[in-house]
Design a protein around this ligand. Structure first.
Ligand code: 7PM
Length: 255
């Protein structure tokens, strides 16, 4: 899954893809590099990001989405009205960091055949990194995702449509993120594909001491480790390089 940011305050791209045409061009490049699906978002979930109005979010996402009707596109949004609007113009997946807990979100997706990504987070983006606390992080994340799968199925969203995500960096310390990565296979036992997003994240900055522009090697290492623990979808900025790293893993599996 290739990340296409359309937010002017996007943390790793400096807002340079805000113009719809630039975002579409970036999306096309990620597809050429081997992305199977693109994740586009008009509201930054970065801690401390400026809130974006619903109208602004739609004005950012819809022009890009309508240029990408021929390819699988996931839309990163928490708003039911945005979900309905993007599904009406052909979005393939809703990537919701709230795991469809917002009132009206389940109803917004149930009538379509889109895929959904249910992500775990603790707290809200503005404050979630201040003091994340868990008794047992893997058990709590797994129980939350399991209950959201059950709620979705009860609402009429079949399992085949669902992916789950522990939400690396979303209300998690370095240690929480590492335990979740080490034991990611335990989430895979829930029986739906696991999505992992480590690309360029600040946890990798803590581990390596490097700024966001220098986290490619660490991102590739984390991506491979996630796949070794059962991840099926990788949310990444650097699609071509991730493809190459995965090719080495695949070659090893065949040997
Ligand atoms: C700070 C925290 C800055 C997170 C930027 C981010 C994920 C996501 C994002 C993820 C799913 C980023 C992120 N991360 N959706 N959206 N899983 N499903 O690195 O890990 O772009 S935003």
């Amino acid at each position: 899954m290739g990340v296409v940011n359309i937010t002017p305050d996007s943390f790793s791209d400096g807002g340079k893809f805000f113009e719809p045409q630039a975002a579409v061009a970036h999306a096309r490049r990620l597809l050429e590099e081997g992305a199977d699906i693109l994740d586009i978002g008009g509201e930054s979930s970065r801690p401390g990001a400026q809130p974006v109005s619903e109208v602004d979010e739609l004005q950012r996402v819809l022009p890009v989405l309508s240029e990408l009707r021929d390819v699988p596109v996931s839309v990163d949004t928490r708003r039911p009205a945005v979900m309905r609007a993007v599904l009406a113009v052909g979005a393939s997946m809703i990537n919701d960091i709230e795991a469809l807990t917002t009132p009206g979100a389940l109803e917004a997706v149930v009538g379509s055949d889109c895929a959904v990504c249910l992500m775990h987070k603790q707290g809200d983006p503005a404050t979630m990194q201040q003091a994340p606390r868990y008794e047992q992080v893997v058990g709590e994340v797994k129980a939350f995702l399991s209950s959201r799968i059950a709620v979705c199925e009860k609402a009429g969203i079949s399992r085949e449509r669902i992916a789950i995500d522990p939400g690396f960096g979303f209300g998690k310390t370095l240690e929480h993120n590492l335990v979740l990565l080490k034991r990611l296979a335990e989430l895979a036992t829930l029986g739906v594909p696991v999505l992992a997003g480590w690309s360029r994240k600040s946890t990798l900055g803590v581990i390596t001491g490097r700024p966001v522009s220098e986290r490619l090697a660490a991102s590739l290492a984390a991506a491979l480790l996630a796949v070794q623990q059962g991840a099926r979808i990788l949310r990444v900025h650097d699609v071509g390089q991730t493809r190459d790293a995965l090719a080495v893993l695949r070659a090893l599996e065949k040997a």
